[in-house]
Design a protein around this ligand. Structure first.
Ligand SMILES: N[C@@H](CCC(=O)N[C@@H](CS)C(=O)NCC(=O)O)C(=O)O
Length: 233
């Protein structure tokens, strides 16, 4: 057996398990899962039921090997890689850096968008949860939610205009993938995005990706997860 062959065999034997969450409730797991899929990293998946009341017992089990006691967690060999952002960066590294731009400034722009999303998007449309995108009867956006949606759409629009598309920073990157659950929850509530045509095209391109469709198909098959703060004030 040649040395090269031996190395390939070892690589194949690495076991990776992604502990992800309920498909129609776990937007953080969705992001990590998408990055691994788009990076073509092999992994097994264990879906953790994060619905109340079993949520608490299930997450306590996760805490036995991952300090935050949350999903997603990627177990790679005997290492636990926790937090969706770390898993997304890992997916990019495993892909040889394909999921972040190579130019340092453009890469920093992609990371800025990623960081904005990861730090909570400044509370944007907080009551329009990912879960609410799957409710059979959805309410209209409030005026304030429409205004907040336009604020993020303006950021997408100027980034797309400046970079020339088709994705936020040129080629598909972690920044696009990070926004998938946001796009889903906002579009499910029918915002008027007519003033942001590039963002509309980008969003529909994003939602057509096979990886996104695979997750969403399974999410739509589940009973909705109702949250108390959905109704307008
Ligand atoms: N910052 C974490 C957030 C993960 C998170 O909040 N996951 C939810 C499910 S989508 C969870 O497991 N929450 C349990 C908890 O925080 O107690 C990440 O990006 O992975």
């Amino acid at each position: 057996m040649s040395l090269h062959y031996a190395a390939v065999r070892l690589e194949e034997m690495v076991s990776r398990i992604l502990y992800s969450g309920t498909r129609n409730a776990s937007s953080w797991a969705f992001r990590a899962w998408l990055a691994l899929r788009e990076a073509q990293v092999d992994f097994e998946e264990h879906i953790v039921d994060i619905r109340v009341p079993q949520r608490f017992e299930n997450l306590a089990r996760i805490q036995a090997f991952s300090p935050p006691g949350a999903v997603p967690v990627l177990v790679d060999g005997d290492h636990a890689i926790f937090d969706s952002l770390a898993i997304m960066e890992y997916a990019n590294d495993r892909s040889g850096g394909r999921l972040l731009p190579s130019d340092p400034v453009i890469r920093a722009i992609a990371r800025s968008l990623l960081a904005w999303q990861h730090s909570g998007l400044s509370g944007l449309c907080a009551r329009l949860s990912f879960e609410s995108a799957f409710y059979p009867e959805r309410r209209a956006m409030t005026e304030d939610e429409q205004a907040q949606t336009e604020r993020i759409a303006a950021a997408w629009e100027s980034t797309l205009k400046r970079g020339g598309g088709p994705w936020l920073t040129g080629d598909l990157s972690l920044a696009d993938l990070a926004f998938v659950p946001t796009v889903i929850r906002l579009l499910a509530h029918g915002p008027d995005l007519s003033a942001y045509p590039l963002s509309e095209q980008w969003a529909s391109r994003l939602l057509q990706r096979p990886s996104v469709n695979e997750w969403m198909q399974q999410a739509r098959d589940l009973p909705p997860v109702y949250l108390d703060d959905y109704q307008p004030a």
